[in-house]
Design a protein around this ligand. Structure first.
Ligand code: NDP
Ligand code: GDP
Length: 334
């Protein structure tokens, strides 16, 4: 029988790819949409994937428990994917309380709403490798102790343990995916990978000369969001809820990412990248490197897209966007 899913954060990178994936499996997909004064751009990622008209968007905000309850009453989902968050680490240092309210307590609101409305549904929590922070083991697994290094990571850790707690206390089918960084052409422009690929496109097309970045020595285990949303779905198809690390098992520095992206268009990154102390963080996560063996053994998930292919896809998408803007400047929406 066709299933129904509710995705919080459907307008974000992962929400859009997950909606596409679930629609391709015959799901009815509901998505939480928070009210915005800029409504015409909020569905941009869903539009980019050509699925804006295929999903059912319902009004709601994660920090409003009553709206979470009403949304579940409307959608009556078999599966709930809690992807909504204030998801940018740098912003969490400037807005720690908002980050705690949305990224931490927001998850508790969804769990509580589910307990009240549809306790038999299945729940996915978008946990993060940022919870490992100041890493306690070279290769991070589900058993590695956490050491969060930002208000974002602290909030995610609260949401993670609430998910475990609701599973253990109330027998709810609640799973947590500890996902390492994953990127795509739909990644927010403020994250380093997209900032770099957008910068490469601007510089190549003569729209900019330099790209300002912060710490180039940090390393991340970067995968493709399209692969990672499949892991979210697979987790909820398991008989028993559990926690899984999702990663590629390869870690790369920001410096090397720049080299790959600039060389894709025949440029030398060192001619264009400028470092700025303003972009350093109060506390940094130096290295993330994940081991997703448990997910591979449990349900056969492995990352399919190589970093090289993803960088090429992102640079090409940003070149296409900027070329389209040059050819036909967008009329004002106001
Ligand atoms: P995005 O930042 O692209 O998307 C976040 C989504 O949350 C948006 O749809 C946003 O809506 C929504 N949102 C924010 N605040 C609220 C609120 N108060 N009520 C309802 N919705 C809200 O994140 P990603 O898609 O990259 O990530 C998805 C999830 O996975 C996030 O929880 C993130 O923290 C987590 N994660 C991501 C990783 C990554 O590398 N991408 C790694 C590990 C975890 P709007 O469009 O209105 O802003
Ligand atoms: P995060 O892992 O969720 O914090 O993802 P980001 O893409 O925001 O940052 C990844 C790493 O890139 C962090 O170690 C940042 O300090 C580093 N970085 C270096 N320069 C920049 C920059 O200009 N913007 C961002 N967002 N990160 C940068």
């Amino acid at each position: 029988m066709a299933k129904t899913a509710l995705i919080t954060g459907i307008t974000g990178q992962d929400g859009a790819y997950l909606a596409q994936h679930l629609l391709s499996h015959g799901y009815t997909v509901y998505g939480l949409l928070r009210r915005s004064a800029s409504a015409e751009i909020i569905g941009e990622r869903l539009r980019w994937l050509g699925i804006l008209d295929d999903v059912k968007l319902i009004d709601g905000d994660l920090i409003d428990l009553s709206s979470c309850i009403r949304n579940l009453e409307t959608a009556r989902p078999d599966e709930i994917y809690n992807l909504a968050a204030q998801s940018f680490v740098a912003t969490s240092f400037q807005q720690p309380l908002l980050t705690g309210a949305v990224t931490g307590l927001g998850a508790a609101n969804m769990l509580e709403a589910m307990r009240i409305v549809c306790p038999k549904a299945r729940f996915y929590q978008a946990s993060s490798s940022e919870m490992f922070g100041k890493i306690q083991e070279q290769l991070q697994t589900e058993r590695t102790p956490f050491y969060p290094r930002s208000p974002y990571a602290v909030a995610k850790l609260y949401a993670h343990w609430m998910t475990v707690n609701y599973r253990e206390s109330f027998g709810m089918h609640a799973s947590s995916g500890i996902l390492f960084n994953h990127e795509s052409p739909l990644r927010g422009i403020e994250f380093v990978t997209r900032k770099v690929t957008d910068g490469v496109a601007r510089i190549k097309l003569g729209l900019a000369r330099e790209l300002r970045l912060g710490n180039l020595s940090a390393t991340r285990d970067w995968g493709h969001a399209r692969d990672y949303v499949q892991a979210m779905h697979l987790m909820l198809q398991q008989d028993t809820p559990d926690d899984y690390v999702i990663a590629t098992n390869r870690t790369t520095s920001i410096r090397d990412f720049c080299q790959m992206a600039f060389s894709h268009v025949g440029l030398n990154w060192q001619d264009h990248v400028v470092t700025s102390a303003d972009l350093l963080r109060p506390s940094e996560v130096d290295v993330l490197h994940g081991d997703a063996s448990k997910a591979r053994e449990a349900f056969g998930w492995v990352a399919k897209t190589s970093l090289e292919d993803m960088v090429a896809e992102m640079v090409e998408a940003d070149l296409a966007r900027h070329r389209a803007r040059i050819a036909a400047p967008a009329p004002s929406q106001l």
